[in-house]
Write a protein that binds this ligand. Sequence first.
Ligand code: BGC
Length: 422
Amino acid sequence: MKKLVRFSLAALALLLAAQIPNVSLAADKKLEVFSWWTSGGEAAALDALFQATKKADPGVEIINATVAGGGGSAARPVLQARLAGGNPPDSWQTHPGWELLGQYVPANYCEPINDIYQSEGWDKVVPKDLIDLLTKDGKTYAVLAGVHRGNNLWYNKKVLEKNGIKVGDKMTFAEFFAAAEKLKAAGVTPLAVGDAGSWATAQLFENTLLGTVGPQGWTDLFTGKMAWDHPKVKRAAEVYGKMLAYQNADHSALIWYQAVKAVIEGKCAFTSMGDWTYGEFAKAKMKDNEDFGWVSHPGTDGGFIIVADGFTLAKGAPHRQEAITWLKVCGSRDAQEAFNSLKGSIPSRTDIDKSKFGPYHNWSMNSFAKDKLLPSCVHGAAASAGFRQAFNDAVATFVVDKNADRLVKALAQAAKEAEMAK
Ligand code: BGC
């Protein structure tokens, strides 16, 4: 009898769910979010979004689908296999620009979410430049939870103080090399790199490239107006090679956040990395301007390499209604304030309370407002997946052979194959 009652209740629930669209059964009230946020700072920030989602959608069970590795280089192939196999997560992390609009949208994996932008009033509070990076043919395909700045040089303040090194508002390559020499002489490893995933050293090259060609050169390279084997790109490779001479010996065994840990522990002095690094410092209870400091990567003052984190709505999302609530939370003011304080990025909304953020975030918000905004290649916004891969591969080869001519040749060839030149 008991069995029968249970059965008929389940049947009734199924019947109701079939008849009322967008109402999930309690047992089916799930949400699967895919990302590569697994480091200490990343996981803490992701959890802030999840907590806000649970508040907005009581009873929802969140499936936290992550693939470790940083930068998404290990996660994206797993995601791609799921998408191609018709088994999408409800929502996944993506970078705006090429990665979203050139990869996922043409393959028909995402639903446009313009109606959410309208109902939530996001058009009024998110800069148009950012919305444009998420929009194709008038359809917007993701909401940004935050905007990272990619071109930062971070340092352990106490280590520099101990060695009599002062960093000003900006830094030249000459100043960096002078500091590196001093540190080396004192037995401190000047530069921490964790390129177990080659994207991390590719990011060091990306930052050095911007520092050498400048914002206009950057735009010209990615729009085909400047050749990738231009002498300035070769110069960037040489400077990058010189920086590598100061990196930790175990760089290829470390993940990016282990390199940050070496800075936290004072084993290394500097690391050039996006501001997800801030999340690791915060998790280790390090304080802005006391325990750690930052400056634009040498030569890149005045430029802001955008590495923004968006979330999509999967076409055929298994839990569509929960996914919509999740996206609304990602774009909300409260959740963006909580998430970005932990993640290191700045909110994509401009109506947030700046006083809730510390010195680093205010510095970055200020840079975002006044500097040239440039898309990242390593993080998928500036060029196709094919070019990005070729870029990372060419850099990985350079780490071993230090051959600048070969590097620029490989980049020029990749640009040709990607039909980057106009
Ligand atoms: C993402 C960041 C992330 C970083 C390291 C970047 O591609 O945009 O959110 O923290 O990779 O994993």
